[in-house]
Design a protein around this ligand. Structure first.
Ligand SMILES: Nc1nc2c(ncn2[C@@H]2O[C@H](COP(=O)(O)OP(=O)(O)OP(=O)(O)O)[C@@H](O)[C@H]2O)c(=O)[nH]1
Ligand SMILES: [Mg+2]
Length: 568
């Protein structure tokens, strides 16, 4: 016996049998619906007083028979049966209505969210015969509408070729440019209640983050709403539109610029059958891919565990894809699939290990302090040029790339000034708007380097339109970390490609040093300024002590200044 789905309670044995019988009927593969099949369905709905529907595959085979109540029909979960990115599900819904209503909102929602081949509704006339009919199908994106409704004049003469129709439609949905870039495709979405300009910039940044994470962004969508939808953040209409866009581009990832609550994440993923990510998870994924040292990896895994804990609790086990991030990467990835108890244990163990590493770090810092070796930390927005600047000033070979979060495991280098004065210059992890708080927390000990610094170089990409915003974001983050009071020199970097007028204005407003880490322009003046800031201040201090000769730590090379700075 084939399983009936839906509202089976109270069905008479004969009715049950009639419904079961639908499994044994086949529709012609090249027609939407045959009059005989329609008639069988309307007879049943007359008899039971309940809506009846079938899901029919492309060969005309009845895949599921569903019973509703007088007004509606609930389609069972089809989650696992999807054909894959960009494709239709390969089944259409054919059902009957009792009271002359046309296709309902629910029918159209099912059409879009379940990516059905189509939805057909046939009216049952009082005499039990099929009356008028109507069908709907999805439209390729670009035209504005998500679906199209078509009336059927006469079910007996309706002979549209369904096979040819669905082939043609699917072709219009097929991603047009697969080509060279084989990375997984993603659609980015931002939902805000105003500030369209800021939202746009944030969305552009999200696309860069997605790119850094190894995804191919095929579409970006912005929506400004009067209020946010508690259940799914975006409204139902937009959700359908997003599904269609994803289908059109063969995208399986939907990335939100806003942080989704655990239940929003679940609702959206369940309703759209897409892999749903938010900005936070994307950043965590990037960190996971990029961390190289033991400490860095542990910190990322800790942040991932904390981010996922409340979400894991909401996920049915079969939906682990929701917690899997992008393609299941990252140091703790396989471990993250484990259950909550083990996750808690793991979390405690990592916390302990990180405490040990942090202690060692603090000891190193103390040692440095005791010998009077000042620490200068380079801080700033991600991709500002911090690592490039460190390289330029110390001849180091720190990885610098045009990628967000190139540096997660900061390098320190010694720098020697004339008169045998030395400092330690250290690179740090970049900041970004809405830096996930789990991440800030997990990276606490790395970030403490800036809190403990004697001087901060706040590096800003002067060629970026958002320079003031970047500065504000970095300052806010530093304050939250407790580094708000550390003496700071603002460094406007990338002057080689900044607009001179704008640069002059910013430099004036912020009393900034202007440099190009790439050409070396301005670095001599910057080093002078660092030296003055640190050693003058020390000299001025009433308790200035004799600096003891500094033994070289094995983990840091020394570079003499100015000898090295002259090279290029
Ligand atoms: N034209 C120009 N490009 C620069 C300059 N400084 C850095 N860049 C480029 O900017 C990009 C980012 O540089 P990084 O040094 O990796 O930046 P970062 O601040 O360390 O970035 P994260 O570690 O990702 O936070 C690289 O492609 C650099 O080549 C500069 O002065 N001029
Ligand atoms: Mg860097």
């Amino acid at each position: 016996m084939e399983e009936l789905f839906g509202n089976k309670e109270g069905l008479k044995p004969s009715q049950n049998k009639a419904l079961q019988g639908l499994y044994h009927r086949r529709l012609p593969a090249d027609r939407w619906l045959s009059p005989e099949f329609a008639r069988r369905m309307t007879e049943i709905i007359r008899d039971t007083g309940r809506q009846v529907g079938v899901l029919v595959d492309r060969l005309g085979v009845v895949d599921k028979v569903i019973v509703g109540d007088a007004h509606q029909l609930f389609i069972p979960d089809l989650g696992r049966e999807r054909a894959g990115g960009g494709r239709f599900r390969g089944v259409r819904l054919v059902h009957t209505h009792l009271r002359g209503e046309g296709l309902s909102k629910d029918d159209l929602t099912d059409l879009a969210l379940l990516r059905l081949d189509g939805v057909v509704v046939v009216q049952a006339k009082p005499d039990g015969l099929p009356g008028s009919a109507e069908y709907a199908h999805l439209l390729p994106p670009g035209g504005g509408d998500v679906w199209k409704l078509e009336p059927v004049d006469n079910i007996h003469t309706w002979d549209d070729d369904f096979g040819a129709f669905i082939k043609g439609l699917e072709a219009q949905f097929r991603p047009s440019t697969r080509a060279v870039d084989t990375r997984d495709a993603a659609v980015c979405i931002s939902v805000t209640m105003g500030q369209p300009q800021a939202a746009k910039r944030s969305l552009d940044e999200l696309a860069r983050l997605a790119d850094t994470a190894g995804l191919r962004v095929v579409d970006s969508v912005r929506q400004v709403r009067r209020e946010l939808d508690g259940r799914t953040l975006v409204g139902q209409g937009k959700l359908k539109d997003l599904v269609v866009r994803c289908m059109h581009n063969g995208a399986e990832h939907l990335i939100f610029d806003q942080e989704l609550s655990p239940s929003q994440l679940r609702n959206i993923a369940t309703e759209t059958d897409l892999k749903v990510l938010d900005r936070t998870q994307l950043i965590l994924d990037i960190f996971a891919q990029r961390a190289t040292t033991r400490e860095g990896k542990l910190q990322v895994e800790l942040a991932q565990l904390r981010y996922r804990r409340p979400r894991l609790a909401l996920m049915p086990t079969a939906m682990s894809r929701l917690t899997g991030g992008i393609g299941g990467r990252g140091p703790g990835e396989t471990k993250l699939e484990i259950n909550r108890r083990r996750a808690d244990e793991r979390e405690h163990r990592i916390e302990r290990q990180l405490r040990e590493i942090a202690d060692q770090r603090a000891m190193r810092r103390d040692r440095r302090k005791r010998v009077g070796l000042p620490l200068v930390a380079i801080v700033g927005y991600t991709n500002a040029g911090k690592s490039t600047l460190l390289n330029r000033m110390t001849n180091a070979a720190v990885d610098a790339e045009d990628k967000l979060f190139a540096t997660l495991d900061p390098t320190s280098r010694r720098l020697r000034f004339p008169a045998e004065r030395e400092i330690v210059l250290t690179d740090t992890v970049g900041f970004i708007r809405n830096l996930p708080k789990d991440l800030v927390h997990a990276f606490r000990s790395t970030l403490d380097e800036s809190v403990e610094a004697d001087l901060l170089l706040l590096v800003i990409n002067a060629s970026d339109d958002e320079a003031p915003f970047h500065k504000a974001t970095v300052e806010k983050t530093l304050e939250e970390l407790g580094a708000g009071e550390v003496p700071t020199v603002v460094v406007l970097n990338q002057v080689d490609r900044a607009d001179p007028e704008r640069l002059a204005a910013l430099a004036h407003d912020w009393d900034a040093s202007c440099v190009s880490a790439v050409t070396g322009e301005g670095t001599t003046e910057l080093l002078d300024r660092i030296e003055r800031a640190i050693f003058r201040e020390r000299a001025a201090s009433a308790h200035a002590r004799e600096t003891t000769p500094v033994p070289l730590a094995p983990d840091a090379d020394t570079v003499s200044w100015p000898a090295s700075a002259g090279e290029s």
